[in-house]
Ligand binder design. Structure first.
Ligand SMILES: *Cc1c(COP(=O)(O)O)cnc(C)c1O
Length: 540
């Protein structure tokens, strides 16, 4: 679908006709296109006296647009007011508790932002020669080493831009590793509780997914796993704790069985706040681990901003890592990034300690330059501020909070796997559905009216009407108590006359009420033919 197809029909309409929606106040904030009036613009600069050149003299005809782009024309004042109003009509980790399970939405310390904003980090060009960016290179190397220490791995790449990108990188490395051993494998095993990105990455990586069921205690069904393991299996992808928030107790047996058929173990470490500083994936027998710096290591996420999904591997897989990699060179002249084999100009050899290196059998780049660098700066800051003990405490508090909440909610909802959980807990709203016809999503909507972000609903798929809470380590016991009391009010209201009806219409206190979840995808608003030709571009 093109972007234009999604725009309202009033875009650049002749004569600047806008919709009749109120421009201010009320429940609806107009779009910029509805605020648009021909000729308005959001900047003001004095004329320079430099004569204007016609676009025809500057850009050859084949490269010119046939028509101006259909952009909104608004004044700076209206533009700022529009976005400021919108910024007040949302919910964020800085505003309140955000117990969204599986995707760790936690408060991120502002000191990390302050460091990432330092001009010495933020204003550096990624093509600067190594000898001029020794500090940046030191930061990258130190972060790699820190993540290796936390995961129990030998080497890492910081290039992947997100968890899913780390997964694909890991699978491509798995493939390259098998090929280097002269064998071709076809399948990757995934438990049925896995995060949706896992099977998607397997497909993108050119493998077929084989699913293994969860056993009654919430772990991988070991007997079922043994049945599917054969010489076709390239490896297994696991999250531990899994998406039920449960620790895989049989992990050593799983690792042994997979290694016995020559497969590799991939650890989905998106939510490392469950275990960091306490147990290392490397010690559990994993070969490849990705981490989500934008969940565990202080980069906010959820708004589509940049993330980072570094990948750490065992020594045997290190030669296949994406490159070039930042390395300690101790005294040798630095190389320009991306051209590890053609040395840049030698600086003072004694002062250069970091450079770039292409791993021997690298699968190649998976991101331009060096990944989302400022996310990496935030992550290193986070680890330095906490120290090893602090990181362990993060995990301990995350697990304590989730178990506190699990115990507190146990009387309100069904708890399908009633054993100590890790950083998140899964309850089921199936009881409310049977008695009052309400779904997990109704509880989630009602929580919005209570001032909380919704927990994850309907995931993991293997739990009937799941509600998945991840309180994270950053919330106080008072906040958790308030969340539990909000749940109590909702469940109590469900049992009152008219209660289910009211809950079914929640939320009523949010700027946007209950939305039709399918409409935006099913009913596209067409843009009238030729409309874009009539809008005039900003001049000057
Ligand atoms: C969030 C998450 C992912 C995907 O990470 P992205 O950065 O969104 O690509 C993968 N696995 C698990 C368990 C996750 O929670």
């Amino acid at each position: 679908m093109s972007v234009r197809a999604a725009l309202p029909a009033v875009v650049g309409a002749p004569g600047g006709r806008a919709s009749s929606a109120p421009l201010l106040g009320g429940d609806t904030e107009p779009t910029l296109f509805e605020l648009s009036r021909p000729g308005r613009r959001a900047w003001q600069l004095p004329t320079t006296g430099v004569p204007a050149l016609a676009i025809e003299d500057l850009v050859p005809a084949p490269y010119r647009r046939d028509a101006p782009p259909p952009l909104a024309e608004v004044s700076e004042r209206d533009l700022v007011a529009h976005f400021t109003r919108l910024s007040h009509r949302q919910f964020s980790v800085d505003l309140g508790a955000y117990p969204l399970g599986s995707c760790t939405m936690k408060y991120n310390p502002k000191v990390c932002d302050a460091v990432a904003a330092l001009p010495g980090l933020a204003a550096v060009h990624p093509a600067a020669p190594a000898r001029l960016v020794q500090g940046w290179l030191a930061l990258l190397v130190e972060l790699e080493e820190t993540l290796c220490a936390v995961t129990g791995m030998a080497a890492a790449t910081l290039q992947p831009a997100a968890g899913a990108a780390g997964e694909l990188t890991g699978l491509l490395m798995m493939r390259a590793w098998h090929q280097a051993q002269g064998r071709q494998r076809r399948t990757v095993v995934i438990p049925d509780s896995a995060h949706g990105t896992n099977p998607a990455s397997v497909t993108l990586g050119g493998y077929e997914t084989v699913t293994v069921p969860t056993d009654p205690s919430g772990g991988v069904d070991l007997a079922a796993l043994r049945r599917v393991l054969d010489e076709d299996v390239a490896g297994i992808m696991l999250t531990n704790p899994n998406t039920l928030g449960l620790f895989e107790r049989d992990i050593e047996a799983v690792a042994g069985a997979v290694h016995d058929v020559g497969g590799l173990l991939y650890y989905d470490g998106a939510n490392l706040n469950a275990i960091m500083g306490v147990v290392r994936p490397g010690d559990m027998g994993f070969d490849i681990v990705h981490l989500n710096l934008h969940k565990t290591f202080a980069t906010p996420h959820g708004g589509g901003g940049p993330g980072a999904g570094p990948l750490a591997v065992t020594a045997g897989l290190a030669p296949f890592l994406p490159g070039p990699r930042p390395v300690r060179t101790a005294g040798s002249p630095g190389n320009a990034p991306g051209s590890a084999d053609s040395p840049g100009k030698a600086g003072d050899p004694g002062s250069v300690r970091y450079g770039w290196e292409q791993p021997e059998r690298s699968i190649g780049r998976v991101h331009s330059w060096h990944g989302n660098a400022l996310v990496l700066a935030r992550a290193l800051t986070y680890t330095l501020v906490h120290g090893a003990d602090g990181l362990r405490q993060v995990a301990q508090l995350a697990v304590l909070n989730a178990n506190w909440l699990r115990a507190r909610l146990a009387g309100l909802f069904d708890v399908p796997f009633d054993r100590p959980c890790m950083h998140e807990c899964v309850v089921s709203a199936a009881g409310l559905r049977r008695e009052h016809g309400l779904r997990a999503s109704d509880v989630a909507k009602a929580l919005l009216d209570e001032g909380f972000h919704a927990p994850t609903v309907a995931f993991p798929l293997i739990v009937d009407d799941a509600l998945m809470f991840e309180p994270t380590e950053t919330e106080s016991v008072q906040t958790l108590e308030a969340l539990a009391q909000a749940c109590e009010r909702i469940v109590a209201e469900a049992g009152t006359p008219g209660g289910p009806e009211r809950i079914g219409h929640a939320p009523v206190r949010t700027p946007v009420r209950r939305v039709d979840e399918a409409r935006a995808a099913r009913h596209l608003i067409p843009v009238a033919d030729g409309v874009s030709e009539t809008s005039s571009p900003p001049t000057g």
